[in-house]
Ligand binder design. Structure first.
Ligand code: ZN
Length: 417
């Protein structure tokens, strides 16, 4: 049991060597388990309590996936150079990926082998950039902070990314926002934090290296399809690595607490050929390496399973992330609308099929429609209300960005054909 609690512990830190140097992906979990246990004498006790809570969430009606759950997001860009001061478009491209991966609308679901289709599932989770900051002021859901630090060595125990006074940025109230810190994390691709007492507070969020974030700008292939954030947010919503987070599961006894994922020895790398087997699962269809909670390159992951979806939704519905579902920060700040007229913009119908109407544009604005991969599907300028012909675009979830001198507004737009 102790080993289970050890596994249950921690931050899930995913180390990834620089994509330009090496295309492999590795996890520094053991370092962080040891650090957390050294630091907190009650660590094991807290983990026992945490697992008791988990069993309570599981008893809820967590497999109901009829309703879409929405998580408000704020992205904190902590930058030192022009390169890591990533653009609004790069952020928008990442949100667009999340909004397709977590709706199973990603185009590469066609790559899910038919043998795994019965266990593939749609989380029905959406992400919105916050429109109200903790002080009640309007925001586009992105903060920018220049730092003197050239890199944040989290693997070496550097926690400054979470503290403004140390060159990082204080997270916003984690009960209302999913905080995503984007910075230069050296060799680290990203990290996600399980819910629970040990890592409570502002660290309850995810970090992503800017070179692994979104689909444009400073993102570097083969990790430039936004799947690092998809993976880390899986941890944030209580998911484990498929091999049980222990690094090497050669005894095949470790678990990710999901009954439908095949047991595997260790992380997959690069882009395996289906079917892939190992000592834990030695016959076809083999390993579920195309799962977002494994490590292959971005283009080679495309699914969550039924049990993973159940665990994530339980975490949100009655579990420790449930406050995010009642957060109102994706609504416009009250009392300040007149100052930011862009925030009064309305878009209808939504979902749309042929035409999107944009109302209440009052100044010259750049309007861009990003597709799920962060590519600009449409771009135009307008000074007043307009109708946009979207009849030639494929169905899916898009992000409409409206930028003008007053500010930026992002809206999720669904095209249903
Ligand atoms: Zn991970």
């Amino acid at each position: 049991m102790k080993n289970i609690f050890l596994l249950l512990s921690l931050i899930l830190i995913c180390l990834q060597t620089n994509a330009q140097q090496n295309n492999s992906f590795a996890c520094g979990l053991e370092n962080f388990i040891a650090a957390a246990r050294d630091k907190d004498p009650d660590y094991d006790k807290k983990m026992v309590e945490q697992e008791k809570l988990r069993s309570q969430w599981k008893n809820k009606d967590h497999k109901t996936t009829a309703n879409v759950l929405t998580i408000p997001v704020v992205v904190h860009v902590v930058w030192n150079t022009i390169t890591d001061s990533i653009s609004v478009a790069q952020v928008a491209s990442q949100i667009a990926v999340l909004n397709t991966d977590y709706m199973r609308l990603n185009a590469d679901t066609s790559n899910t082998p038919s043998a795994f289709l019965p266990i593939s599932a749609n989380p029905k989770i959406q992400f919105c950039l916050a429109q109200t900051d903790p002080q009640g002021n309007p925001t586009n859901g992105i903060t920018y902070k220049k730092t003197a630090k050239t890199s944040f060595a989290i693997v070496s125990g550097d926690t400054s990314i979470w503290h403004t006074v140390k060159g990082g940025y204080d997270g916003w109230d984690p009960s209302n926002y999913l905080n995503i810190w984007v910075a230069d994390f050296g060799p680290l691709g990203g990290a996600g934090f399980w819910p629970g007492a040990v890592f409570a507070g502002h660290r309850q969020g995810v970090i992503v290296n800017h070179t692994f974030f979104g689909t444009t700008g400073s993102a570097i292939a083969p990790y430039n399809l936004g799947r690092t954030a998809t993976h880390e947010i899986g941890h944030f919503l209580d998911l484990h690595h498929l091999w049980g987070d222990g690094g090497n599961n050669s005894s095949c006894t470790a678990t990710d607490f999901c009954g439908d994922t095949p047991t595997q020895v260790a992380a997959s790398q690069n882009c395996p050929t289906f079917p892939k087997t190992d000592a834990c699962t030695n016959s076809a269809p083999g390993l579920n390496f195309m799962n977002f909670m494994d490590y292959p390159q971005d283009a080679c992951r495309n699914m969550f399973t039924v049990d993973q979806v159940a665990r994530m939704r339980a975490c949100l519905e009655g579990g420790p992330r449930s406050s995010l579902l009642t957060s109102t920060v994706c609504s416009i700040a009250s009392g300040v609308n007149e100052k930011l007229k862009t925030n009064t913009i309305s878009i209808f119908p939504n979902p749309a099929s042929h035409t999107i109407h944009v109302a209440n544009i009052s100044e010259l604005s750049n309007i861009k429609l990003y597709d799920a991969l962060g590519k600009i599907a449409l771009e135009l300028k307008a000074e007043q209300d307009l109708s946009i012909d979207v009849s030639s675009l494929a169905k899916g979830i898009y992000t409409l960005a409206i930028e003008n001198k007053t500010g930026n507004v992002f809206r999720k737009v669904i095209l249903a054909k």
